[in-house]
Design a protein around this ligand. Structure first.
Ligand code: AMP
Length: 284
């Protein structure tokens, strides 16, 4: 398994692989790899000859009061996980290698999907994501890139970005990987205080309750959102809801009234220090 520390080194490898007719898959991550990331690597392996996993905690997607400094960095374990899952290369640049001139002055900005949900409470976050994903594409030159549905809005924005900019990369979605109790796997789960895990599960329970109501015929967006909020309020008395939304599954525009198209129920809740997110599709 190769390890590259600069975009140029990664690109040289990618160009050689392409010249040899080999398909390249990219799995962008911020490291601290868990079973969710591993499932993405396995999907990538099934679709390409070369699998590049990028491990980079991207400073420009964190707001000033967010957890950039505290974000878990577990490089030795991440390297082992990539090796175990059969990645052929790991791209692990330093911040200086990615942003040699400091904060970039050119950003990729998606404006249709970004304002909602996480974008509303994390201004600039998706500009940072789109910019780094574009840079990772330019380094790894992938035919296909795998993103998790855990970050459903990110996935929708990246899909839109590649369409808007004619980027020749196929975007593949990976289902949400969960712990046995249903908690969506996340690098931030480690910051959950021990006793608060039952409250963290309120996100999953709320989404399942909304899905059960949907399956029972409920189509009113406000009624479904009330189920989300009520379930979290009941099960997570210390939780602080950032959003509890039912949105159009493609545009992520918040829905009101009767729902006639596939929808996404999505939650962001601060449970102790970590801000947790989860979602479920209604009517896929
Ligand atoms: P991150 O390292 O958190 O930036 O995530 C890197 C990629 O892994 C993103 O495409 C995430 O959506 C995906 N991912 C993270 N957690 C999960 C999970 N529990 N299930 C599926 N994909 C995930």
């Amino acid at each position: 398994m190769h390890v590259f520390e600069t975009p140029a080194a990664c690109r040289a490898y990618a160009l050689a692989a392409r010249a040899a007719g080999r398909r390249i898959a990219l799995v962008p991550t911020m490291g601290n790899l868990h079973e969710g990331h591993r499932s993405l690597i396995r999907i990538a392996r099934a679709r390409a000859d070369e699998v590049v996993v990028s491990v980079f905690v991207n400073p420009i997607q964190f707001g000033p009061n967010e957890d950039y400094a505290a974000y878990p960095r577990t490089w030795a374990d991440d390297l082992a996980a990539c090796e175990e899952e059969g990645a052929t290369a790991v791209f692990h640049p330093t911040v200086e290698a990615m942003y040699p001139e400091g904060k970039p002055t050119t950003y990729v900005t998606e404006t249709a999907i970004s304002p909602f949900l996480c974008g509303a409470s994390r201004p600039g976050h998706f500009n940072g994501v789109c910019t780094v994903v574009t840079k990772l594409f330019m380094a790894a030159l992938p035919d296909v890139a795998v993103f998790g549905e855990k970050d459903f809005q990110q996935l929708a924005i990246v899909r839109r970005m590649v369409r808007d900019l004619d980027i020749p990369v196929e975007i593949v979605a990976a289902p949400i990987s969960r712990e046995a109790d249903g908690l969506a796997r996340s690098s931030r789960n480690r910051f959950l205080p021990e006793g608060m895990r039952p409250q963290a599960l309120s996100l999953r329970h709320a989404l399942l309750a909304a899905k059960a109501a949907w399956d029972g015929g409920e189509r009113d967006a406000q009624a479904l959102e009330k189920i989300l909020r009520d379930t979290v309020a009941r099960e997570a008395p210390d939780g602080v809801i950032d959003y509890a939304r039912v949105s159009d599954a493609e545009t992520l525009v918040p829905l009101t009234g009767a729902i006639v198209r596939p929808a996404l129920a999505a939650l962001a809740v601060k449970v102790g220090p970590p801000r947790l997110i989860d979602n479920i599709l209604l009517g896929r």
